[in-house]
Write a protein that binds this ligand. Sequence first.
Ligand SMILES: *[C@@H]1O[C@H](CO)[C@@H](O)[C@H](O)[C@H]1NC(C)=O
Ligand SMILES: *[C@@H]1O[C@H](CO)[C@@H](O)[C@H](O)[C@H]1NC(C)=O
Length: 373
Amino acid sequence: MKILCLNLEQDRERTMISSSPFLISFFLLVSVPVLFVLAPRIMPPKTLPSIPDRDEMDDLALFRRATLASAGGSGGGGLRRRAASPPKIAFMFLTNSDLTFAPLWERFFHGHERLFNVYVHADPSSHLQLPPTPSFRGRFIPAKATQRGSPTLISAARRLLAAALLDDPANAFFALISQHCIPLHSFRFTYHAVLADPGAPPAAHGDGVRRRHRSFIEILAGEPGLMDRYVARGDDVMLPEVSFDQFRVGSQFFILARRHAVLVVRDRRLWKKFKMPCLKSREDSCYPEEHYFPTLLEMQDPEGCSHYTLTRVNWTNSVGGHPHTYRPPEISGDLIKELRKSNSTYSYLFARKFSPDTLDPLLKLADSVIFQD
Ligand SMILES: *[C@@H]1O[C@H](CO)[C@@H](O)[C@H](O)[C@H]1NC(C)=O
Ligand SMILES: *[C@@H]1O[C@H](CO)[C@@H](O)[C@H](O)[C@H]1NC(C)=O
């Protein structure tokens, strides 16, 4: 810039002799800012993969069906329909490879068939075969490719919620479980902890006894690096739908109450922003699935959410966004008891991540420790 200006000064002196060099310099000077304005339109900045249009259209149709089927389901109608069957927990397994811990979960579910449903979203590239056991047999939902650092993980979770909403009106809670996740308590303990939540807010116009179910989802503000995450798709692109002070972060794994599951599946406004791919240059700050759900729920119903998660994760010495993965020598009854301890009034119900070869030592502890309560 400075050099160009100097040229211009010199050119001005020479204008007397000939005006053409001045014109060329002037043209160059003007074209630089014009290029700055136009370049991003002509050549958009490199972005990470986005959602394929086809997948997006399929999802829209599914979400519309789930929303319509649930209309009125969060009010009296839903309660009446649920009265026929006890409330259930929908266990929604999200995997991009295996379901190593299915035998442990099968032991967890055994004997409680009326109180839960299982749904599995497996990345098509995994070619996963579901175990032919009672809880998992035939429980696949139509899945699409998922990738880290892209909004596809949000889509997969929303697809699971929609499928579970449509499948059974008795599904009252929706727990998202990863392939590396294990239960820390018996089914009976888990079911009662979630359904008899003493922290749930009173129903708005209920009979004073019934409480509205609360979602267990981590929602944090003011975390370090939050601004980098906010601008991962570009400066100001989240506006006006989501301002920075409305932007939240939390664990990807949650338990949602039914009315919040409907709210998430119905959302178009925030999704329009969160589905935008991150800029390639901001890849390190791209974790859309850790922001969409906490931000949406905090905007819509903060009092209906716990703000903490019931899934224990060990972030000590984490590398590249991956938490500590437990290996066989670490597995013990004491570890399970340690992992249950939380700072909330609640015990943790689930934990991650566990390497596949911890299955056997965990199965050995199943009856004597994990499912003891
Ligand atoms: C968390 O992980 C670290 C290693 O990164 C380990 O030393 C520590 O024991 C783990 N904490 C618990 C409670 O398992
Ligand atoms: C509980 O809080 C303390 C202090 O903030 C923290 O050091 C500890 O890691 C927390 N424990 C769990 C299980 O979250």
